[in-house]
Write a protein that binds this ligand. Structure first.
Ligand code: ADP
Ligand code: ZN
Length: 747
């Protein structure tokens, strides 16, 4: 009887398999993107309709009907469904998992899209005046609830997590001690890890909030005008190459304002919201209530509320990190990717997608312009611009009169250095401090020292589970592996020979100590993950710098992220050599980006800046190129090398990675992949490997990789598809873990 009802393919979030056939309910087949409740095994599951099918491969008697349609309107609209299906195809990832990236967990659980917003409570004057200790004796629950709400406004979900039930809250409300509050989700108050102490954000907000918009510089105006002129044409991809301090953010703000005026939405992707409280503050000042933030620091409830605002077109500015590329945009007008070169746009586990690339895919489907912006664009985007696929727009000048900072190289072979600080650098730090300016030092290595060495035994302590040395964390009295997190007690006496071990090399902690000894009066700040894992610490460190309470800031990669530190005039790159001879084809690109990004913090507005780069290889062509601040020159040099070697963007890559507790199963699996692919014999796809991954052993597992490389996309993807199909059920796949990474960022 059921066989004349339409068949519907439903994605169900279970491992391995992806879509299952069901019979449409009597009311007709629900639209793709709709959530449905379906019988699954002995249970019931929430799935998402992927497509309608003419027929099923299953016998009609085996087809079960959909039990319930959960949405009157599909939460995932047609464009988003198409983009997600494209992504599942392109990254060869199960559609069920891809779809679940796009839906907030609250919806995946089957809750209604129309759920009332979360209720929140705040304390009243009367409630604040109550003696807690006394209430505690009579009504412990009430006292606990009152104490929590006194501390800060709290939502019922948060309170429920503390074991406080709704009836308790209602009793407090009856007494007039608390009242409902229009609590914005906390995401609306402060971004990510900065939420607890949004002081840097507030400082920036008040600085930016004094009314009139700045007059655009000629460069900014040219860019805004160019994009406006083509706005009616729909999709167009732009590469905005603007040096740090050229005022890219102001360009975004004008373009966003245009879209708001036309009643359209903008999606703005940023690398890490926690690291850029200043940007969020500026957006809030300009666009306040239009803003919805989506990032990993949210509770599931907050994520749902922000997502729903976008879905209902109540938030017309959606700002978020990587996964926000899947935000619903029913009234899309514009997509912007800030710092488009940033590696955080690539997800490195599970569904390994590139948010930057998907932003372009979505913009094309949505028929809206997309702006990829950076001071140091990825070579992929550079090449796309060169080939005319993207239109390049440039802002080569900084705002203000300071001009680009002077860059100089310090040859470490010629100058003595102590704990990574050479004599000329120390002298320069002294001068800049004396002039009342701030100094920024970049060292991509946290901890006290990267190795603990026994001079007698001539060896350094290794992690038992990784091919890596243990890092000395002197203050914590610990040795830590930065790759697996293993930790043990720091002992200076060598177990083998009884001699004294020494800490070799310097991390940020050690440089911090050294600076304190060299400049006793200076206030020194540190920015690395050891510092910022404490809640609110990141915002506090940034705030100290912005407000001028820090004289010298030493930090890791975190320094490179778009901070606006107006009083920094000297930037020191303590060790440029780490990236000069990397084996990864992208190591030069990354080094150039890092150096230029961190240099960009020097000398903004009216203070000229200076950048000193310490290296043992002062003649290296990459460094010579950067000395002239010419990223475009670097890019063409590097692109020529990539072309020569057939690396991306002149080829397309996919990396198969396998790992296991022993070496053999990882290789057996990759050799199997190789054998299958070899049988298919696509002669325009090269197969390289298997070979060990750069750190072969990590967390106790041996890791190998196999690369597929092709000048054309189509044959590569066809080979991946066929190979994956053939690999199903292979016994080798049971003995090692396998992943496939399309367009890998790291090799
Ligand atoms: P970028 O993102 O390109 O590094 P920012 O957008 O942070 O640059 O701008 C650098 C500084 O210049 C900021 O302090 C910003 O407020 C200021 N600024 C931007 N545009 C203008 C303008 N048109 N007139 C004056 N100041 C501006
Ligand atoms: Zn380890």
């Amino acid at each position: 009887m059921g066989d004349d009802r339409p068949v519907v393919r439903v994605a169900v979030p279970v491992p391995l398999a992806d879509v299952f056939d069901y019979l449409a309910p009597a009311g007709g087949a629900p639209a793709p993107g709709t959530r449905v409740r379906v019988p699954f095994g002995r249970r019931e599951r929430v799935g998402i309709v992927v497509e309608h099918a003419a027929a099923s491969a299953l016998a009609p008697a085996k087809l079960k009907p959909i039990r319930e349609v959960l949405d009157p309107v599909a939460p995932l609209g047609p464009e988003l469904m198409q983009s997600l299906r494209w992504a599942a195809d392109y990254y060869h990832h199960p559609i069920g998992e891809v779809l679940s990236h796009a839906l907030p967990a609250v919806l995946r659980e089957g809750r209604s899209l129309d759920e009332p917003p979360e209720r929140a409570w705040r304390v009243t004057e009367k409630g604040r005046a109550q003696p807690l200790a006394e209430i505690e004796r009579r009504a412990r629950r009430q006292a606990q609830a009152l104490a929590a709400i006194r501390e800060r406004d709290a939502s019922e979900i948060e309170l429920a997590a503390l074991g406080i039930k709704r009836d308790v809250l209602e009793r407090l409300a009856d007494r007039g001690w608390i009242e409902p509050s229009e609590l914005e989700p906390r995401s609306q108050v402060a971004g990510g890890s900065a939420r607890a102490e949004p002081s840097a954000e507030h400082a920036a907000a008040s600085a930016a909030g004094d009314g009139a918009l700045p007059e655009l510089t000629p460069d900014q105006l040219a860019v805004v005008t160019a994009i406006r002129a083509e706005r009616a044409a729909g999709f167009r991809a732009y590469l905005l190459h603007g040096v740090t301090g050229s005022g890219k953010t102001e360009v975004y703000l004008r373009l966003i304002a245009d879209e708001l005026a036309a009643n359209r939405q903008t999606l703005l992707l940023v690398p890490e919201i926690g690291l850029t409280p200043q940007l969020v503050a500026r957006l809030r000042v300009r666009f306040g209530g239009e803003l919805a933030l989506l990032h990993s620091g949210l509770t599931e409830r907050e994520r749902f509320e922000a997502w729903r605002k976008a879905w209902r077109n109540e938030a017309r500015l959606v700002v978020g990190t990587r996964s926000a590329v899947f935000a619903p945009l029913p009234a899309a007008g514009l997509v912007i990717v800030d710092e488009e070169h940033d590696a955080s746009y690539k997800q490195q586990s599970g569904f390994r997608y590139s948010a930057r690339d998907l932003a372009v895919v979505r913009a094309r489907r949505l028929g809206v312009p997309v702006v990829l912006a950076s001071a140091t664009p990825s070579l992929e985007s550079f090449a796309n611009a060169e080939h005319g696929r993207y239109r390049k727009l440039e802002m080569p000048r900084r705002i203000g009169s300071a001009g680009v900072p002077r860059m100089k190289i310090i040859d470490l072979k010629q100058h003595a250095s102590r704990q990574a600080l050479s004599t000329p650098l120390v002298a320069a730090i002294g001068e800049h401090l004396k002039a009342g300016n701030q100094v920024l030092l970049f060292l991509n290595r946290r901890g006290f020292a990267p190795a603990l060495f026994c001079p007698e035994c001539k060896d350094a302590l290794q992690c038992a589970r990784c091919d890596a040395r243990l890092t000395v964390h002197a203050r914590a009295g610990a040795l830590r592996c930065h790759h697996c997190g293993a930790e043990r007690k720091l002992e200076w006496v060598c177990k083998a020979c009884g001699g004294e071990r020494i800490a070799v090399g310097a991390g940020t902690q050690r440089v911090d100590d050294e600076l304190a000894a060299l400049f006793p009066g200076a206030r020194i700040g540190r920015l690395d993950r050891d510092v910022t894992h404490r809640k609110g610490a990141l915002a506090a460190v940034l705030d100290e710098v912005v407000s001028g309470r820090t004289d010298i800031l030493i930090g890791t990669q975190m320094l490179t992220k778009g901070h606006d530190f107006p009083r920094v005039t000297l930037v020191g790159v303590l060790n440029a050599d780490q990236g000069l001879f990397g084996t990864d084809p992208r190591s030069h690109e990354r080094l150039a980006q890092t150096i230029l990004q961190v240099s960009g913090r020097a000398g903004r507005a009216d203070r000229p800046g200076e950048v000193l780069i310490q290296t043992h290889y002062p003649e290296h062509p990459l460094l010579r190129c950067l000395l002239s601040h010419d990223y475009a020159a670097f890019a063409s040099l590097e692109l020529a090398e990539r072309r020569e070697a057939s690396w991306p963007p002149y080829s397309h890559l996919a990396a198969w990675r396998a790992d296991a507790t022993e070496r053999e199963p990882a290789y057996a699996l990759l050799n199997k992949v190789r054998a299958i692919a070899g049988r298919v014999a696509a002669d325009n796809v090269a197969i390289l490997g298997p070979a060990p991954q750069p750190m072969e052993r990590k967390e106790g597992r041996y890791r190998a990789q196999l690369l597929f490389r092709s000048a054309q996309r189509a044959p590569l993807h066809e080979l991946l598809r066929v190979t994956l199909l053939d690999l199903r059920g292979a016994p080798e796949a049971r003995r090692a873990r396998l992943s496939l990474d399309v367009d890998p960022l790291e090799l």
